[in-house]
Design a protein around this ligand. Structure first.
Ligand code: DOR
Ligand code: ZN
Length: 361
């Protein structure tokens, strides 16, 4: 990090190691928000239908690049690279892993336990029962398994599902596949932090800005607040503190993944609203706010720009991103009527902003 002054600094251009871009109109609306800040992003495959094959992932990649070209995001944003993933199913064949690895464009395989979250109905019903040969192939090819780490057992309290997943699924998985690269996505608990910190072998975790900034009280602040609802759900304050400590510790096993997950306003504000927070527009300002809250802005570059590439075996980005201490209001709503999204922290004033890079060469 170069500290130009206490109020302005720049870091190596960061990456987002967990992002939902969707498809079609939604993709076209949101892609520039991420591209303006990040060099690359790991793109989640939970479309309808899910991205289960290398061919589908490469076709999706082409749609993302076309959307970017039409988004008006110029300068550094135009160089944004989508890093594709496959959606693991009970039927994913080991050969598909070889094809994905050979493509050089697919960087992970996502495990959604069936029923755990948005578009997870094609997900895995029994990981060690159905996917052993495929996990073997992933371990052999160095293909990371990106995990939505929650059990779906309805008898387990919603707030305990990550901790129970670690005991019931992650422990046995890592005993049987100790060399498999594993990313526990959107970590939300102190138990998750301890597991990742103390594990032997290639284990890492992404942490969202919203789990660093908010606890579960945000869901009920003055009433029921659907735009703070995501999965895994926000947890109690002690867990937020553990996540903030991990993210700002300098430990390279923890890195940035926004889990920005756009849903139409109409899909969130209803009887059974969708899970997901839209944070892409203000992502780096939100992370800067979290790191600043504990006086650790100097550790933001490692978390946002260095630890992820090291885990994925990729070079760090060459560009830079400038952050400035300057009040910036999050809009009340984004995009036009049919694509309306309410961003996280809508209407709030954030103390940091990213300097616009869209006119850079
Ligand atoms: O809140 C979430 N939204 N959690 C997920 O796991 C999926 C995501 C989405 O796709 O909307
Ligand atoms: Zn996600």
């Amino acid at each position: 990090m170069n500290s130009v002054s206490a109020n302005r600094f720049d870091i190596i251009r960061p990456d987002d190691w967990h992002l939902h871009l969707r498809d079609g109109n939604m993709l076209q609306a949101v892609v520039a928000d991420s591209a303006r800040q990040f060099g690359r992003a790991i793109i989640m495959p939970n479309l309808k239908p899910a991205v289960t094959t290398t061919a589908a992932a490469l076709a999706y990649r082409a749609r993302i690049q076309a959307a970017l070209a039409h988004s008006g995001a110029g300068g550094a944003a135009a160089a944004f690279q989508p890093l594709m993933t496959l959606y693991l199913t009970d039927q994913t064949a080991p050969d598909e892993i070889r094809r994905a690895s050979d493509s050089g464009l697919i960087h992970g395989v996502k495990l959604y336990p069936a029923g755990a979250t948005t578009h997870s109905d094609q997900g895995v019903t029994d990981l060690l029962g159905h996917c052993r040969a495929t996990l073997e192939a992933m371990q052999k090819h160095g293909m990371p398994l990106l995990i939505h780490g929650e059990v779906t057992d309805p008898s387990v309290d919603l707030f305990d599902r990550e901790a129970v997943f670690i005991d019931r699924v992650l422990g046995p998985l890592r005993r049987d596949f100790p060399a498999l690269k594993v990313v526990l996505e959107h970590l939300t608990t102190a138990q998750g932090v301890a597991y990742v910190r103390d594990a032997d072998g290639p284990v890492a975790a992404t942490i969202t800005a919203h789990h660093l900034l908010y606890n579960r009280n945000a869901l009920f602040q003055g009433g029921l607040r659907p735009h703070w609802y995501c999965l895994p759900v926000l947890k109690r304050e002690t867990h937020r503190q553990a996540l903030l400590q991990a993210a700002t510790s300098g430990n390279a096993r923890f890195f940035l993944g926004t889990d920005s997950a756009p849903h139409l306003r109409s899909a969130k504000e209803q009887d059974c609203g969708c899970a997901g927070c839209y944070t892409a527009r203000h992502a780096m300002a939100l992370y800067a706010m979290a790191f600043d809250s504990v006086g650790e802005l100097a550790r933001l570059e490692g978390f946002a720009s260095l630890h992820g590439p090291a885990f994925y075996g990729l070079p760090v980005n060459t560009g830079r991103l400038v952050l400035e201490r300057h009040a910036d209001q999050v809009p009340e709503r984004l995009f036009d009527g049919a694509r309306e999204i309410i961003p996280l922290a809508a209407g709030e004033c954030l103390p940091w902003r990213v300097l616009d890079t869209s006119s850079e060469p």
